[in-house]
Design a protein around this ligand. Structure first.
Ligand code: ADP
Length: 595
């Protein structure tokens, strides 16, 4: 069990009675009334042991003045136990005649009026004590059942004692059951509240929601009047107003804010909760003004006592949760303090998770904005370049046709044409890249991959032959249908074949094959070219990636071809992969949904 009641600078330890339930009080009242009826005693009372070492009388039958004085009064347990050692054992009841009394009766409340001096033997003395200690099964003292003032004015004789013992044994058993039930009920209630908090918090996505959603479970579980939440900012000061039951917000007075900011992290560090109550002294770091402000604030809101619970995770304290009880509310039990601290930890963990999630969302949003900006920039720049480039290339063509051009001028025009064409390729690829990212779902139809491959191989045959390569298609002789946009399929095949031809030295072979594998149409482009190193294979589909291999760099290229192919393939719900070995060759494999 955590040290939930450790005293801190401004609080006294949390100590309280075990009983709480009005139902238990009623049950105990019925028991004492029953005892009064059959036992011929005028005063019968049940007291319970509180965790601060006091007995509190919570059920009583007797004259009005006795009820007024005794009900809810407190008396220390220890002297009573000492006193009982001197008692006569009457079975369930222990009898202490007045002349053996060592108890300070001032602490023991009401003493019936009457002559105390000349009480003849055998008559009841107002200071006689007849009490049954109530023990739980585990031997803990739960309370006492006491009787006073026999109606016949006599100390019970042996026969009466025997009858009394029978009644009292039953009554004591019933009282013990009521008190045990109360203890159990509190445990169950608190465990349910803690479980509720964990369940609610796990499904909540923002720190504010976590606090708002869990509030009800906490107040219900603790039978508190309200739940207050004050957050601390990254600077360690109170952030925002005080939230009461997730509803109306109240701005704490400066002194109280200072108190919370100073004490919450301290309580979190020590892993303890504390009780703040207007009638109790507040020591330590608070100056007199702060003290007065805190008291006035609690009194203003009619708060009789507040359980101050730090909320945090790891080393960080996020704020404080306050559970309040008003007038007549019971004390905070140790069980409640321990559970409250546990809930402070659960809430803290949930808030930490929610914060991380919030930060991630923010980051994703920022990244998305950057990606959007990049796309827009690429599209705008390439569009802006397209028209002037076309003009440049058009004029170059006119100049080239001029027969009067000098040799030097002709060489210059040729250089402009090469540069312009290269730039034009880059711009076209950039526009394609933008298009492949921005267009929505493709409008697909069954496309025969075999047919597309056969056409493109045919188109590239001349180039391949000129470079000393063998380019061949390995087709199954039946259509291999893919669900795709026809022009996209052409683009994919053209690009892969183009690369294979470009990166395969003379004497090599490029083979394009298609096949149906399960529900997918598969296109494979294999070459016996320069290959790609394992490290570079991981990047070949990245935008602007070009190999550092000198034989690859020697070939013209933008580093955009495969990036576009991948986007197009993925837009179709397909996948592309590469297998390659340096100096041996490469295989690119495209999987598309079958048609
Ligand atoms: P590029 O315009 O440079 O060809 P790609 O995106 O098509 O751009 O290809 C990216 C890089 O991948 C190329 O620069 C090249 O280094 C490598 N690459 C692509 N295809 C092959 C291949 N068949 N054989 C060897 N390397 C290849």
């Amino acid at each position: 069990m955590p040290e939930s009641h450790e005293s801190s600078d401004f609080v006294r330890p949390v100590r309280a009675s075990r009983w709480s339930d009005a139902q238990s009080r009623d049950a105990l009242q019925a028991i004492v009334e029953g005892v009064a009826e059959i036992s011929a005693f005028e005063v019968v009372g049940v007291s319970v042991v509180r965790e601060d070492g006091y007995l509190q009388i919570i059920a009583l039958v007797g004259p009005e003045e006795a009820r007024k004085e005794l009900l809810d009064s407190l008396a220390p347990v220890a002297p009573l136990l000492e006193q009982l050692e001197l008692a006569d054992d009457w079975g369930t009841l222990k009898y202490v005649p007045h002349d053996r009394l060592v108890l300070d009766l001032d602490q023991w409340g009401w003493v019936a009026a009457g002559d105390r001096e000349n009480v003849p033997p055998g008559r009841w003395h107002p200071e006689d004590l007849l009490v049954a200690p109530l023990y739980a099964d585990d031997g803990t003292l739960l309370g006492t059942l006491g009787v006073e003032l026999p109606r016949d004015g006599l100390v019970p004789g042996p026969e009466q004692r025997a009858a009394l013992d029978v009644h009292l044994r039953q009554a004591a058993r019933a009282a013990i059951t009521a008190l045990e039930r109360e203890r159990l009920a509190e445990r169950v209630r608190l465990a349910a509240a803690a479980a509720d908090v964990v369940r609610i918090a796990a499904g909540t996505h923002s720190p504010d929601e976590v606090l708002a959603e869990c509030g009800r479970a906490v107040t219900r579980g603790f039978r508190a009047e309200s739940l207050w939440v004050q957050r601390l900012g990254p600077d360690g000061r109170c952030q925002g107003p005080l939230l009461i039951d997730g509803g109306p917000a109240v701005r704490l007075p400066a002194g109280v804010r200072a108190l919370v900011a100073a004490q919450a992290p301290r309580a979190w560090e020590r892993q303890c909760v504390a009780v703040l109550a207007p009638e109790r002294p507040i020591h330590g770091t608070l100056g007199g003004d702060q003290h007065a402000e805190v008291i006035a604030f609690l009194a203003d809101l009619e708060v009789e006592s507040l359980l101050f619970v730090p909320v945090g995770a790891g080393r960080e304290c996020f704020g404080v949760m306050g559970l309040t009880r008003g007038r007549g509310g019971r004390e905070w039990s140790e069980e409640e303090s321990a559970t409250a601290l546990e809930i402070g930890r659960d809430l803290g963990r949930a808030i930490a998770n929610a914060r991380t999630l919030e930060r991630e969302h923010q980051l994703v949003e920022e990244l998305r904005a950057v990606a959007d900006y990049k796309e827009r920039l690429l599209a705008t720049v390439s569009h802006e370049m397209k028209n002037p480039l076309s003009a440049i290339l058009g004029y170059v063509e006119i100049l080239e046709a001029d027969p009067e051009l000098t040799e030097t001028a002709r060489a210059c025009v040729a250089a402009i044409e090469r540069g312009g064409s290269r730039l034009s390729e880059v711009v076209d690829d950039l526009l394609l890249l933008h298009e492949s990212a921005s267009t929505g779902a493709p409008v697909t139809e069954p496309v025969d991959l075999a047919h597309a491959v056969s056409d493109i191989v045919h188109l590239n045959d001349a180039v391949a032959t000129a470079r000393g390569l063998t380019l061949c298609a390995d087709l199954p002789g039946v259509p291999v249908l893919a669900l795709a946009e026809s022009r996209d399929v052409d683009h994919i095949v053209t690009n892969l074949v183009g690369n294979a031809v470009k990166y395969t030295p003379a004497g090599g072979t490029v083979t394009v094959a298609v096949a149906r594998v399960g529900d997918r149409a598969v296109l494979t482009c294999t070459d016996t070219g320069i290959g790609i190193s394992p490290e570079e294979q991981a990047h070949v589909f990245d935008e602007f990636f070009r190999s550092a291999d000198p034989s690859a760099v020697a070939q013209p290229g933008t580093g955009l071809g495969l990036a576009i192919v991948r986007r197009v393939v993925e837009r179709h719900g397909g996948r592309i992969e590469v297998e390659s070995e340096l100096g041996v060759g490469s295989t690119f494999r495209v999987f598309l949904p079958g048609g």
